[in-house]
Design a protein around this ligand. Structure first.
Ligand code: NAD
Length: 790
């Protein structure tokens, strides 16, 4: 073919990226000493290694030290030793180190990109233009947070030694997402990369040496699940940050239950890519290519479920197929490659297995005609149509180049289909009508929504999931909170309730039976079991009885809370007014509540009155903050704004403590309500009458039915039911340590967000036990990306 013919044919020629520098680096390193601990390179104490190979050929790249529990001990010891000096160093000192890391990475940008593509198989275009620049941006962006800590996070400090475990799909980028905010917050880290992709983390450790990171501040250990579990269970670690599968996320949630470790989980997804009929279809097709075939679909937020409006489905699918036929499958080091190999043979087999099962369940799987390279773990891009919502390809995270397609008729159906998943990581909405897109975005149960775009990320914008996609955010201000702790004023230790607290004597003048019922769906209802619980006065006499709530009552309360749409959909101003009414009506009955507090707890009248007044004040506070604890607008370095919206968590279970029983109860339910959550509250087992006395206050205050539900009874039992209930989105627990630990472990069904005092209550009268610290726990942050320009 002469030049003219080539020009007319417009065919791609080979455009390989040079790999000699990466090969020289590989040849020059001793990978049997690949553990970076306390600033030294160490062999695994067992002497063992594991192999990492090249996905495009299957060839061995290196045999890397395989850490065990003893090595993790050494790494935690090094991080612990380095912590005091690092956390006490000024923000400026830490900022300079973060900046130096970013700059040193820039100087080795090409080596990082080539090494990443060799080890992971991702096309060089992606590692060169996305993974590595974004990783660098994380370090440079977080240098600023190190200096802004006092200004932006008053009263907060670094959590301590952090254990970080990352997956293989974005090895360097995930490392950056973890290490940058931790260092900015003054934490020291022990990070474990995934066993398929250890290499760029080793190069990164070399960068740390050169950038002047103090010894022990960053420790990088290599290994598999055994090393990961040793990190998770290590008592010297104060926080675990995990990115990986929901399955392992659940194991970690269970393993850390009751340990008091802070935890963030960035897990899997099954994200919807929604195309409305008024979308710019050609742009949507390009977006879809990026959405599902970026990194061979091995992306947690991959748009793996295409939901397309019925009227345009045929035309759109035809365009998708045409575009798929032009995707170039080949060597990851070729600059023209769109699709490289999957990371490993096991992953390839898993993808094939899921496609076969999907086809058995009725999906029609289509692939373009293309010849795969003769070696390596390649898989053709695959389009599945005729997929029913229950099909495995619509429900399971494939983590491969497979797109499942469904159609919808109208907006409501699109939202319903999009939310029909246990995950909630991301979604993409395509419509030329921005009003429609911004109407849909808040209704999607996902932590990130891209309008007319996909896979947009930035260090300043939070990323993270709803539901079983995990909890916590990475990036920007939202992500910084994951590495900080506020010193909340502690209250008393909470002891398990004992039967001896039971009163024996009838109090004077209590001849009339006044058994308080439960409060469910806006009504006072008898407990399902028709049992009641006696409540004692401070003097051990019978003060009254309350319903003994059971599993069935909690279920009814949860379904009332879930069914209450009026509260989460109300405007913040509306909610604010209702909370003001509650305060007003409680204030009208202040004497009565004061007397009740004296009767039940035995506190002097003055102290009781003070608690009532503080409770009223607290309601006022949250009424006022209901329309002020707002989200933000991020301005990433792209032609887009990112709206970080505060949304309610959903149905919140609240288990209230005994100390300051009225103020404690109100201090917990008010912020939850202010942010639009609906609540199932279990009041103190010892003093439930303070909550049941509130029924009338609630009834007179225009609270919609189902917004507040109150189930009295045995704390341990009811907390357990709430923890296991998969329709409860979050749980706040102030109960004895055993109940808290058990509830945390039991929460894995739907990975609900649990905030537990771990057997300790708070001093509810203190200022720190009110305001932002609680409001932050009452919201999920959703980042909605809205690009602009033609
Ligand atoms: P994985 O859960 O198998 O492994 C992740 C990491 O955990 C690895 O380092 C592994 O060695 C370690 N590990 C495995 N078992 C462990 C245990 N019992 N205790 C402690 N550590 C353990 O996941 P993967 O296959 O490496 O990665 C793919 C998954 O990661 C997908 O589900 C993907 O969606 C998810 N992911 C999520 C995000 C996000 O931000 N939400 C980003 C990237 C990937």
């Amino acid at each position: 073919m002469n030049i003219l013919e080539r020009y007319h044919a417009m065919e791609y020629g080979p455009a390989p990226e040079a790999r000699n520098e990466a090969d020289a680096w590989l040849a020059g390193r001793d990978f049997s000493k690949a553990l970076f601990i306390g600033g030294d390179w160490k062999a695994a104490s067992s002497g063992k290694t594991f192999e990492t190979s090249e996905p495009s050929s299957g060839k061995l790249l290196a045999k890397v030290s395989d850490a065990n529990a003893a090595d993790i001990d050494a790494a935690v010891a090094a991080a612990t030793k380095a912590l005091p000096k690092w956390s006490a160093s000024s923000g400026y000192v830490r900022a300079k180190v973060l900046y130096a890391i970013g700059r040193a990475m820039q100087r080795h940008q090409r080596l990082f990109a080539v090494l990443e593509s060799i080890d992971n198989g991702k096309p060089i275009r992606e590692s060169r233009d996305i993974d590595v620049p974004l990783a660098i941006r994380h370090f440079i962006h977080h240098a600023g947070w190190a200096q802004a800590l006092d200004r932006d996070f008053p009263g907060q400090k670094g959590v301590g030694v952090v254990g970080q475990i990352i997956p293989w799909n974005f090895p360097l980028l995930m490392l950056a997402w973890k290490i940058a905010p931790a260092l900015a917050a003054g934490c020291t880290v022990v990070l474990k990369p995934a066993e398929f992709t250890p290499l760029t983390a080793i190069l990164f450790a070399e960068i740390c040496e050169r950038a002047g990171v103090p010894k022990g501040v960053v420790n990088i250990v290599q290994g598999g699940p055994e090393a990961g579990a040793a990190i998770v269970n290590h008592p010297g670690i104060q926080k675990i940050a995990f990115t990986g599968s929901s399955e392992v996320g659940k194991i970690i949630r269970k393993a850390t239950a009751g340990s008091g470790k802070k935890l963030s989980l960035e897990l899997g997804g099954k994200s919807a890519f929604i195309v409305f009929e008024d979308a710019d279809l050609d742009s949507a097709v390009e977006g879809l290519v990026d959405g599902i075939w970026f990194n061979q679909g091995q992306v947690c937020c991959a748009g793996s479920r295409l939901l397309v409006q019925e009227g345009i489905a045929e035309a759109f699918i035809a365009k998708v197929k045409t575009r798929m036929s032009r995707l170039r499958v080949g060597s990851p080091l070729d600059k023209n490659t769109d699709i490289g190999p999957l990371v490993d043979l096991t992953q390839l087999d898993r993808v094939k297995g899921l496609i076969a099962e999907g086809a058995r369940q009725g999906a029609v799987c289509w692939q373009p005609d293309a010849v795969l390279p003769s070696s390596g773990y390649y898989h053709l891009p695959t389009l599945a149509t005729g997929v029913s919502p229950a099909n495995i390809l619509a429900q399971e995270e494939v983590f491969g180049p497979v797109l499942a397609t469904m159609t919808f008729r109208n907006t409501e159906e699109a939202i319903e289909l999009a939310n029909n998943t246990r995950y909630g990581l991301a979604a993409s909405v395509w419509s030329e009508n921005v009003n429609l897109a911004l109407h849909v975005a808040p209704q999607l149960k996902a932590g990130v929504v891209w309008v007319n775009g996909t896979n947009m990320f930035d260090a300043a914008c939070g990323f993270g999931g709803y539901r079983e996609s995990g909890f916590g955010r990475e990036g920007g201000r939202e992500g910084m909170f994951e590495y900080l702790v506020a010193k909340l004023p502690l209250g008393p230790l909470i002891k398990p309730a004992t039967a001896s607290a039971q009163p024996v004597e009838q109090a004077e003048g209590s001849a009339i039976d006044r058994t308080a019922k439960l409060f469910i769906g806006g009504k006072q209802v008898r407990p399902d079991g028709n049992y009641s619980l006696a409540v004692a006065t401070a003097k051990g006499k019978l003060a009254g009885e309350v319903g003994l709530g059971s599993r069935k009552d909690i279920r009814d309360a949860v379904s009332a809370a879930r069914g209450c749409k009026a509260w989460p959909e109300a405007t913040a101003y509306n909610r604010s007014q209702v909370l003001y009414y509650l305060a007003e009506n409680l204030s009208g009955r202040a004497d009565e509540f004061t007397a009740r507090l004296v009767q039940l707890t035995g506190v002097p009248a003055k102290a009781a009155r003070e608690e009532v007044d503080q409770s009223i004040e607290r309601l006022f506070l949250y009424a006022g903050l209901a329309d002020k604890f707002e989200g933000r607008v991020h301005q990433p370095p792209a032609r887009a704004v990112t709206l970080a919206l505060h949304e309610p968590v959903g149905v919140l279970g609240i288990v209230a403590p005994d100390n300051q029983p009225l103020l404690g109860f109100i201090s917990l339910i008010a912020p939850a309500l202010a942010m639009g959550n609906t609540v199932v509250a279990v009041p103190s087992e010892r003093y439930p009458l303070l909550a049941t006395d509130l029924y009338q206050v609630i009834e007179y205050s225009d609270v919609p039915a189902g917004a507040i539900n109150i189930v009295t009874g045995r704390t341990a039992e009811l907390a357990g039911v709430l923890a296991k209930h998969d329709d409860v989105d979050g749980l706040w627990l102030f109960a004895d340590a055993e109940t808290c630990a058990k509830a945390e472990a039991d929460s894995i069904g739907n990975l609900k967000r649990v905030w537990s005092g771990n057997g300790r209550s708070l001093d509810w009268a203190s200022e720190e036990a009110a305001g932002d610290a609680l409001l932050r726990r009452a919201v999920e942050v959703k980042n909605v990306w809205v690009p602009y320009g033609d």
